[in-house]
Design a protein around this ligand. Structure first.
Ligand SMILES: [Zn+2]
Length: 68
């Protein structure tokens, strides 16, 4: 197995995990990546906040600007 095969296999596994995760919690799916900047959202944050859409820095940024 060469590196390209390994990458494809890994992507398939991650896609399957994503689909399974989505089926378990269809009501409020947390994003794996920030809706604003596209950064990956850490798993602990996704688990702590159901339906989280933003990474920590974008969340703080939007809260700062919303309060003005
Ligand atoms: Zn972000």
């Amino acid at each position: 197995m060469d590196d390209a095969d390994r990458v494809v296999r890994l992507q398939e596994q991650q896609e399957q995990q994503r689909l399974q995760h989505r089926q378990q919690r269809p009501a409020a799916p947390s994003r794996s990546h920030c809706a604003e900047c596209g950064d990956q959202i850490p798993a602990p944050r996704r688990q702590a906040i159901q339906g989280v859409q933003l990474c920590i820095s974008c969340q703080e940024w939007s809260e700062r600007h919303a309060s003005k």
